[in-house]
Design a protein around this ligand. Structure first.
Ligand code: ATP
Length: 401
């Protein structure tokens, strides 16, 4: 359908980037990125008009997002014809805008395109040896200045390498070492550094990637004291197990995977060190609680969970309900004793979702005068339910009275 619109408008249109890479490698990918030679925004608008969907556009970048009725999104970018003065005063040349667009990408494996115009639908375009590098399982930059242009590509190289089980090519590896030596990251904004780090820590298994970052000596750019020794590797292994368990158990519970890994990365740091890392990465204030209050309180909780002889359900509930899922999962990964592990899993699987049947409304209907007493009564009823002392609505009513 995209192809038809492109044909009607006399534009050449291509699928590009991660989708094509993953298609060639038979990996799943549902991110559609389209590049249009010409005005991508006009193309997106026409498509939306014909198919009755919405469009968000950014005219300064020439990009648009088509949002289908079911929420499916297609990113559209414009590639404009560009004129390059070639060296040795040869005449100015016009380069295919698609080729220029692809040349600006990070790695050869990301430079393929598939034409979607009807006449040559499905033609694979590979200017820079992407298929060769996929066969060779190599991550390679397109030119020597790639990391100068954008140092975040260093982190992307590691992420792709680990995700696909590829290796960073020899020359690319040397360019990374050079980037580290010359400190290309000094001027990199915290926001961009963080967003790449986050992508690494969101991946299924970040251990290989963090290990690689340590190997290239990249961790000190996040914080000078950050390292990845055997102890921290064990902690990451343990986090991985916990997250797998959690994701199987609660398939649609959402939480920030990266944040759990982040807690593991900073484990052993004191507050000043965490402070400096959060500052370097320009981490938004809405996440600070997790790395300050919750981190501190979580540590106290774990201490109790490991050592206390007896903790009844209501006590466990009151203690742990103040912590977000990310911290609870991190504590579970850190827990040493069977007791602490059992308590944390009990909270997550059984207690967290418990609620009493009575509400403020029912108390009112029972003729109890509204006031601070309500909270007391409802808390007591909930505690009784957690501790298995009440089961039915009538039990709760009796207790409330
Ligand atoms: P993922 O599966 O992680 O989404 P992706 O390849 O789709 O991988 P995106 O970050 O969505 O990754 O980027 C889309 C495309 O844009 C990539 O294929 C890549 O070619 C290009 N790209 C992204 N970031 C950069 C960058 N920093 N420098 C050059 N090209 C980039």
């Amino acid at each position: 359908e995209l192809g038809k619109i492109a044909d009607a408008m006399g534009l050449e249109a291509f699928l590009v980037g991660g989708f094509v890479r993953d298609l060639v490698m038979s990996h799943k990918n549902e991110d559609f990125d389209v590049v249009v030679e010409g005005d991508g925004i006009a193309f997106a608008r026409r498509f939306a008009q014909v198919h009755g969907c919405r469009v968000h556009s950014h005219s300064e970048f020439g990009t648009a997002v088509i949002i289908m009725e079911d929420g499916f999104k297609i990113d559209v970018a414009s590639a404009r014809f560009e004129y390059y003065a070639s060296p040795a005063s040869l005449p100015v040349v016009e380069t295919s805008s698609l080729k220029m667009d692809l040349y600006r990408r990070d790695f050869t494996v990301n430079t393929m395109a598939i034409q979607i115009n009807e006449k040559s639908f499905g033609t694979l375009i590979d200017y820079f040896g992407a298929q060769r590098d996929i066969k060779a399982k190599a991550i390679r930059v397109l030119h020597n200045l790639s990391f100068v242009e954008d140092p975040t590509r260093v982190f992307r190289a590691i992420r792709f390498e680990q995700r696909y089980g590829f290796s960073i090519g020899k020359l690319t590896s040397n360019l990374i070492k050079n980037a580290v030596k010359m400190d290309f990251f000094r001027h990199l904004s915290g926001r961009r550094l963080f967003s790449e780090l986050k992508l690494i820590l969101e991946d299924e298994n970040p251990i290989g990637a963090v290990d690689r970052m340590a190997g290239y000596n990249l961790l000190p750019f996040i914080h000078p004291d950050l390292d990845f020794g055997p102890e921290k590797q064990d902690l990451f292994e343990s986090v991985k197990e916990v997250l797998t368990w959690h994701d199987l158990q609660f398939m649609d519970d959402s939480y920030m995977k990266w944040a759990v890994q982040f807690l593991a990365l900073f484990h052993g740091f004191d507050q000043d060190q965490v402070d400096a890392a959060l500052l370097r990465l320009e981490i938004a204030p809405k996440f600070h609680d997790l790395f300050y209050e919750h981190r501190q309180y979580g540590r106290q909780c774990l201490y109790r969970l490991e050592r206390e002889e007896k903790i009844i359900n209501s006590e466990l509930y009151r203690m742990l309900r103040l912590l977000p899922t990310e911290m609870l999962l991190f504590l579970l990964a850190r827990a040493k004793s069977k007791n602490a592990k059992r308590r944390l899993t009990r909270f997550l699987t059984e207690l967290k979702g418990v609620a009493c049947l009575l509400s403020g409304k029912t108390l009112k209907q029972m003729g109890i005068k509204p006031g601070p007493i309500y909270k007391k009564v409802l808390d007591a009823v909930l505690d009784a339910r957690l501790d298995g002392k009440v089961f039915t609505f009538e039990d709760e009513m009796a207790l409330a009275v």
